[in-house]
Design a protein around this ligand. Structure first.
Ligand SMILES: [Zn+2]
Length: 239
């Protein structure tokens, strides 16, 4: 009986392997570790790392007062493999992609003393940028939350309860918007439902891509007004 079970299990795994081969969604290389979606080369060597020499920000964007530091793991490659990877992360419902990327980001933060702020010394919380509930329903998951889970696994920083901060404004995709239009679009987009959970705490806003900062800066402002400080922004890529 046991042998029969093993036999069917092997066949099942074989079929799954044919239908969903363990290939890197980024470069197509086969034979990944089961449950992984990105190969070690793409995770460690394929993309250009951001310049973390500047301790305040890895981008050229001027930070608002509420934000102590902005850090992105990689520089965006418009039309390239990273853009493709970010698309998979957002729309493929494969939460394991975000988890792997979050772990890669956390490992870099851990090994780089310049970007390792006081977050590890204080009581800190990860805040994945919330999605509006209609968008969440449509997409089925929040990619920022998957990234945060990866960070948590490496740095042991807890994720703030998801009902703490809400996205109260439904916004269309901001692609192609001017900076001013993005800022207007995001104005009053978030609200803090439980300020007691974040008051006086160090917060790390987690998202997939940092572009102009319109989204994460608006969230930082809302969190800061609710009493949170200092606030950091960590993303996988920056445009
Ligand atoms: Zn790869």
């Amino acid at each position: 009986m046991k042998e029969l079970k093993t036999f069917f299990s092997t066949i099942k795994q074989g079929i799954i392997g044919i239908v969903f081969p363990d290939i890197c969604i980024c470069c197509g290389q086969e034979a990944l570790q089961h449950g992984h979606h990105i190969c070690p080369f793409c995770l460690e060597k394929r993309f250009e790392y951001s310049n973390a020499e500047n301790t305040a920000s890895t981008s050229d964007v001027i930070l608002p007062e509420a934000v102590q530091m902005q850090y992105a793991l990689w520089n965006f490659d418009k039309g390239g493999l990273l853009q493709n990877l970010m698309h998979h992360l957002k729309y493929e419902r494969l939460t394991g992609i975000g988890h792997q990327l979050g772990k890669a980001l956390a490992r870099c933060v851990k090994s780089n003393t310049l970007v390792q702020p006081d977050v590890l010394k204080h009581e800190s919380l990860l805040i994945p940028v919330p999605l509006h509930y209609l968008k969440f329903r449509k997409r089925g998951f929040n990619q920022a939350f998957s990234i945060a889970k990866g960070i948590k696994d490496v740095l042991s920083i807890p994720i703030c309860s998801i009902d703490t901060v809400r996205r109260t404004k439904y916004t269309q995709s901001q692609t192609g918007f001017s900076l001013q239009k993005r800022i207007n679009n995001m104005s009053n987009a978030f609200s803090v439902a439980h300020p007691n959970r974040i008051k006086g705490k160090t917060l790390i806003i987690v998202d997939d891509v940092f572009t102009t900062g319109a989204t994460s800066f608006e969230l930082a402002k809302t969190l800061n007004e609710a009493g949170a400080s200092p606030i950091f922004i960590w993303t996988i890529a920056q445009a």
